[in-house]
Ligand binder design. Sequence first.
Ligand code: HEM
Length: 417
Amino acid sequence: MATTLDQIDLATRAFWAQTPDEIDAAFTVLRRENPVPWSGPAESDLLPPELNTQGFWSLTKYDDIRFASRHPDVFSSAEGITMETFDPLMTQAAQSFIAMDDPRHAELRGITMEAFKPANMKRMGDWVRGHARDLIDEMAPLGEGDFVELVSKQLPGRIFGSFFGLPAGEVHDRTIDAAQRLLSWSDPAATKGKTGLEHFVEAVMELHEIAALLTDQRRAEPGDDLMTWVIQAEFEGQRMDDDEIAAFFVLLAVAANDTTRHASAHAINVFAQHPVQKALLIEDIDGRVEGAVEEVLRWASPLLHMRRTATQDVTIGDAEIKAGDKVVLWYCSGNRDEDAFPDPFSFDILRPKNRHVAFGGGGPHYCLGAALARTMLRSLLSEVYTRIPDITGEPEWLALNFINGIERMPCTWTPPR
Ligand code: HEM
């Protein structure tokens, strides 16, 4: 499909319902002809048009994305990091410190960093590797099935269960269910007649309830899990209060769930489409899996964007951004920028200096879970390509502007003997 500048409107649902190749082609035109375009209010399944009246600027160039990420004094996160601006209480309850600026952001992130200290990271890494191995053990003998159902959805669910020390049973299932529902506001099968916002608020409130329950339990009986570590963590004499812990619980439910879920499906899809690269990986999995993970992340950009709000007038290229304007950082476009990556449309696991922006463009909000996400993808790729290397499938894409998602991917493979 030929794409011209006047055909591109990042604010519409129709734009995001296109194929990944069409979306990539449109961003290529933008980077070349109008790298900081202005769009009207983004069509939203969360907010009705009367509450969603503000348009947005888009950063499509790698350098601009990194610049905005590293200048939080000019590009603030405090109004929220999704396209929609919610009521401030809702933003706080659902987005935690990802939607705050320093100094409060640094304080709360500092407390959680205590919980993410090396010994705990090692423990979490062991869980992640163990769950990846178990899941491939379970799916490998089947020979066929939907990879998204069998692995992609299961893996973050199980990881989340370990993070929060959820014993198998009702609380575990309720938590995983609410976390899975959180980002499904555009799916009529999930919302069941409710508005997108009602559906979202319900999932947030349910996670807050569960977090309150777990916080009480872990205070009375500390465990060996992230929930306990977060409750006990202290940074410069401060701890998180119960509401802050609950909001962090919701942030993790979003940040660690859908991102890892879709990244794993992308990994299998992209290797099925690039047999030469798959052969390269299989030839030396231990030596090449790290590069493969970075290239999958660059290729997939599982989180398509984060949003900021300008705190002052600022000019980027020809765009005169005014204080209060929304500015959206399109990681998917930065990761295909011809000025940052030689031959950006070639999938190359041996690509040197792969400084992609899948985890953000640097700066204070850089993904807190990047190391764990990398461990998860490394384990998964190693397990899959040593045991069921001929796996192949057909992805069905999710039409969303926030998550680059694969909804279903029926696959076949030869079960190991
Ligand atoms: C492939 C998987 C993942 C991707 C692509 C991803 C991507 C991102 C991106 C783009 C940001 C925002 C960066 C910015 O605004 O500058 C972010 C922030 C964050 N991520 Fe991840 N993420 C992933 C997995 C995880 C996991 C597994 C966890 C938790 C263990 C996690 C926790 C967080 C948190 C807490 C933040 C907010 C950090 C802050 O505001 O200081 N993420 N992630």
